[in-house]
Design a protein around this ligand. Structure first.
Ligand SMILES: *Cc1c(COP(=O)(O)O)cnc(C)c1O
Length: 376
C-alpha cells in the first residue's frame, strides 16, 4: 500500500524516544517539550511556542485566549477539516462559514468583505452580526492544504472590523506569505502533528504567538491552571492539553528533518505537475506570487474525480476526496453559510488528494501518474 501522507521516521526519533524511556522522562514535563517549543518558535519566526496535545486543542485554547464566549460567532471557511469548527463549538460559539474561491481554494475575501460590510455593524469597537445581534470577536482563516490567501487584505479587513485573527495554520508548517511564516501573522497561530501532517509526533499540536502574556496563559490553561508550584492550587478551570515528552522527542527529531521534507514535497508537486500537465481536464491549486506553500498535500481537480479515485485506490495507491463541505455536516447545517453559488460543493465533487508521503519513491510517483493518465 502506498499511503496518502504517511509518517517518515528516518532521523533521530528512535534515539530521542529511547532517551525518554531510559531516563523515565516520558510524561508531561521534560527537556524535549522545551526544546520542541523553542525549535518551533525559531522556525516560525515567533517569540513563543506552546506545545499541546493536538492541533484541535491548540485551536480551542487560542479561541479561549482571544476571548471567544458562548453565543459569539467566529468567522471561518466552509472548506476545512472538521476540527476547525469543532474547536469553535467547544467554546459555545458558532461558526460563520464563508465560501471558498476556486483558484487557490482559500476563503473568498470578496465574499468576506461583502459579509462584513452588509451583515455586520461596529458598536464600541466591537463587531456585531446585525441579524442576530451576536458578537463576532474572531476570524479564523484556514491555510487550506498549506496554501495561503492574500493575508495583507485579510489582516486589513480584520483590523477595519475589529476582529482578532487566529490562524488555523495546522496544515501550513513551512508555508510563507511575503517571507512571513504561516501562523505568525495573526495574534496566534496553530500547528498539528497528526500522523498525516508534514511532521508528526503521533499526535500533538502547538500554539505560536509573539505575545508573552498569551503564551504564559496558554501554558497555564493547557496544564490544569495550576497556580502554585507545590500546592494543588488552581485558579480557574483548566485543561489537560499537554504534549508528553515522548511525543516531543519525536517532534525534535522531525523538526531536524523538516527542511528536507519541504524539499521532497516540492519535488513531489513538481513531478505531478509536469507528469499531469494537459492530461484531460486536470488542474492544480493556484498559488499567489507572494506565497511559498509547503505543498503538504498535492491535490488535483477533475470532473473524473470518482473514476480517478477508483483506479488509484484499487491499485493500493491511497487517495482521498476533498473534505465534505462543513455546511453539509449534520451538526453545522444550521450555521450561517455565506456564499454565491456553491463553490465548496464543486470543489468537493472534483478534487482529490494523491500519494505524497515524504518517503515516497519516484517509481511510485510514476505509478500514480500513469494510473491517473489511464483514466483519460
Ligand atoms: C489537522 C487539522 C486540524 C487538527 O489537528 P489535530 O492535530 O488532528 O487535532 C485542524 N484544522 C485543520 C485544517 C487540520 O487540517
Amino acid at each position: 500500500m502506498v499511503l496518502l501522507s504517511g509518517p517518515n521516521m528516518g532521523g533521530n526519533e528512535w534515539k530521542y524516544v529511547k532517551d525518554c524511556l531510559d531516563t523515565g522522562w516520558v510524561s508531561s514535563v521534560g527537556a524535549y517539550v522545551d526544546q520542541f517549543e523553542k525549535m518551533t518558535a525559531t522556525f516560525a519566526g515567533t517569540r513563543f511556542a506552546v506545545a499541546t496535545s493536538s492541533g484541535t486543542t491548540a485551536l480551542h485554547i487560542a479561541l479561549i485566549l482571544a476571548g471567544v464566549q458562548t453565543n459569539d460567532l467566529v468567522i471561518t471557511q466552509n472548506i476545512t477539516f472538521v476540527a476547525t469548527l469543532n474547536s469553535i463549538r467547544y467554546t459555545g460559539a458558532n461558526p460563520v462559514l464563508i465560501d471558498t474561491e476556486t483558484a487557490g481554494w482559500q476563503m473568498d475575501l470578496d465574499l468576506l468583505e461583502k459579509f462584513l460590510q452588509q451583515e455586520t455593524e461596529i458598536k464600541n469597537n466591537t463587531c456585531y452580526h446585525k441579524a442576530t445581534g451576536k458578537r463576532i470577536p474572531v476570524i479564523m482563516p484556514v491555510h487550506v492544504l498549506g496554501n495561503i490567501t492574500d493575508m495583507d487584505r485579510l489582516l486589513q479587513l480584520a483590523h477595519q472590523f475589529h476582529l482578532t485573527v487566529i490562524e488555523d495554520s495546522t496544515e501550513a508548517l513551512g508555508s510563507y506569505y511575503k517571507g512571513k511564516h504561516a501562523g505568525s501573522m495573526g495574534l496566534m497561530g496553530t500547528f498539528s502533528y497528526n500522523g498525516n501532517k508534514i511532521i508528526t509526533t503521533g499526535g500533538g499540536g502547538m500554539i505560536v504567538t509573539d505575545d508573552e502574556a498569551l503564551a504564559k496563559k496558554a501554558k497555564h490553561l493547557t496544564t490544569q491552571a495550576k497556580s502554585d508550584p507545590f500546592e494543588y492550587m488552581h485558579d480557574e478551570v483548566g485543561y489537560n492539553y499537554r504534549l508528553v515528552n515522548v511525543a516531543a522527542a519525536m517532534g525534535v527529531a522531525q523538526m531536524e528533518q523538516l527542511p528536507g521534507f519541504l524539499e521532497k514535497k516540492k519535488h513531489i508537486i513538481q513531478f505531478y505537475t509536469s507528469a499531469l500537465q494537459g492530461v484531460g481536464d486536470i488542474t492544480f491549486q493556484e498559488v499567489l506570487p507572494t506565497v511559498q506553500p509547503n505543498w503538504w498535500m498535492p491535490t488535483i481537480r477533475t470532473q473524473k474525480q470518482r473514476a480517478v479515485l477508483d483506479v488509484l485506490n484499487k491499485d493500493q495507491l491511497q487517495s482521498r476526496p476533498f473534505w465534505v463541505p462543513m455546511n453539509r455536516l449534520p451538526m453545522f447545517k444550521e450555521n450561517l453559510y455565506y456564499h454565491e453559488g456553491d463553490r465548496s460543493g464543486e470543489l468537493y465533487s472534483e478534487c482529490l488528494s494523491i500519494p505524497c508521503s515524504t518517503n515516497i519513491t519516484d517509481a511510485d510517483l510514476e505509478r500514480v501518474a500513469n494510473k491517473i493518465k489511464s483514466v483519460f
